[in-house]
Design a protein around this ligand. Structure first.
Ligand code: NAI
Length: 461
């Protein structure tokens, strides 16, 4: 069947990988269509991920501060209560505003946003089944796959998005659960656990590994656990769930740790044990696009080209961390590669942030990775406790740690836990991108008083 319209680029998926690539390609003079099956653009990040979770994290932080943190500043508030429906409406409004803004950006960038479900027919044709059931065939010089990921399930546990939920369900509970069990002590578990704990739930995190957020530098992970312990979050480490039983408005979990089993009962359970690439129904096998049968990732080369030369893939469907900014960086690099330009993504300077309070942010190698690679290194650490700005704010927990090469002083990794380190990490990423030494940061003038002085002081150690 012949294509109705032919574009230079057809992007499948309008998340941070897809929409960034679409706008970039249009800016470079390509004709672009972006196919999205959901009613709003933005993908998981804008609709059910990064953005709504941060809206709830910000709101719940203010609630917890009003309840427990303001009296130390001499502000006494009596009768502060939670209006959960308003908090949820506000979160929806934030998502609505940002997805509308994205729609306008795509329109202004002359990207044709097509609502429907796409399937790759061959190297240059995409079938789109619209919401109305109409089928359209569109032609493309290049196709970019940016379909993202879906939550991993735990055997024996069915998501009903009521009692046993994914992160999507945990973003819209209509009441605060009395008890919330969270399976998986990673990014989602710790962020959404923080939200519901601040709003009054008793939160228990069940993690199969001996530490939470295992990808973090060990010292930072231990520090985070100590702080969350103090906030009242309970952890069951080295523990797995072997069975779940939903009845009478509760979920009974059978847990196993150290060869012993026991039971715990929760109002609701969030399963956050990772995500997997979403490639089903895309027609990739028939089109000849190679995938890794073990992980489900689409195989790409360093310019994000798949085994079919006109088809590229970026974001959660290709290997690497499942982060919005990683997907966006790859989307831009893929478009540049299609245009015959040199492009690359510097994965050594890829930041990651966990938006707990205090926040956690890191870039580069952890101390464990540096040791495993037998790189001679120096570690400089500085706590927030001595920092003037942190004392004024009453947020003195946490530290900054800089790992640099013992001979060249080049920075290998920077790890932070503390107030607003999600913003501070940008300086660390830039330093690594520029190949800076620890001395470069130590000699850079930082405004006083500011949190960023802790980074400068860690660099002086
Ligand atoms: P994750 O990979 O961060 O954490 C999953 C955790 O579950 C791990 O600690 C793992 O050891 C544990 N686990 C796995 N199977 C288990 C089992 N059967 N029983 C108990 N524990 C088990 O994955 P998560 O939190 O689901 O997040 C998914 C993705 O979303 C991540 O790759 C993350 O990068 C991304 N994300 C990023 C955020 C950010 O940048 N702030 C926020 C939320 C998610």
């Amino acid at each position: 069947m012949a294509a109705e319209n032919i574009y230079d680029l057809v992007v499948i998926g309008s998340g941070p990988g897809g929409y960034t690539a679409a706008v970039k390609a249009s800016g470079m003079g390509m004709t672009v269509a972006c196919v999205e099956k959901a009613s709003r653009p933005g993908g998981a990040c804008l609709n059910v991920g990064c953005i709504p979770s941060k809206a709830l994290l910000d709101s719940s932080e203010l609630y917890a501060m009003t309840k427990n943190g303001l009296s130390a500043h001499g502000i006494l508030v009596t009768g502060a209560t939670l209006d959960l429906p308003t908090m949820m409406t506000r979160k929806e409004q934030v998502v609505e505003a940002l997805t509308k803004q994205l729609g306008k950006l795509l329109e202004a960038s002359r990207v044709n946003l097509l609502q429907g479900t796409a399937r790759v027919m061959d190297a240059h044709r995409v079938e789109v089944v619209g919401g109305d059931g109409g089928v359209h065939i569109i032609g493309a010089k290049f196709i970019l796959l940016a379909t993202g990921s879906v939550p991993v399930t735990v055997p024996g546990m069915e998501f009903d998005e009521d009692r046993i939920v994914t992160s999507t369900g945990a973003l819209k509970f209509f009441e605060v659960p009395r008890t919330l069990g969270i399976i998986g002590g990673g990014y989602i578990g710790l962020e959404l656990g923080s939200v519901w704990q601040r709003l009054g739930a008793k939160v228990t995190v069940i993690e199969m590994l001996p530490q939470i957020a295992a990808s973090l530098d060990g010292q930072i992970s231990r520090s985070l656990k100590r702080i969350l312990d103090k906030q009242g979050m309970t952890f069951r480490l080295k523990t797995t769930v072997t069975h779940a039983d939903v009845s009478e408005g509760a979920v009974k979990l059978t847990l196993e740790s150290n060869g012993k089993s026991d039971m715990m009962e929760f109002d609701r359970v969030l399963v956050a044990v990772g995500r997997k690439p979403l490639t089903t129904g895309l027609g990739l096998e028939a089109a000849g696009v190679e995938m890794d049968p073990k992980t489900g990732h689409i195989r790409v080369d360093s310019s994000f080209q798949t085994s079919v030369s006109s088809i590229y893939a970026v974001g959660d469907v290709v290997p690497g961390s499942m982060l919005a900014h990683k997907a966006s960086a790859e989307g831009i690099a893929a478009v540049e590669a299609m245009s015959g330009l040199f492009s690359e993504v510097n994965y050594d300077a890829m930041p990651s942030v966990i938006y707990t309070w205090p926040e956690v942010a890191s870039v580069g190698l952890t101390e464990e990775q540096v040791k495993a690679r037998e790189i001679p290194y120096i570690a400089g650490t500085c706590p927030f406790s001595g920092n003037g700005r942190a004392q004024c704010m009453g947020e003195t927990g946490g530290l900054v740690k800089i790992l640099s090469h013992a001979r060249t002083d080049r920075i290998l990794g920077i790890h932070m836990i503390g107030p607003r380190v999600s913003e501070m990490i940008a300086e660390a990423v830039l330093a690594m991108e520029m190949g800076a030494s620890s001395e470069d940061i130590a000699r850079t003038i930082h405004s006083h008083p500011s949190f960023s002085e802790v980074l400068m002081d860690a660099a002086k150690k």
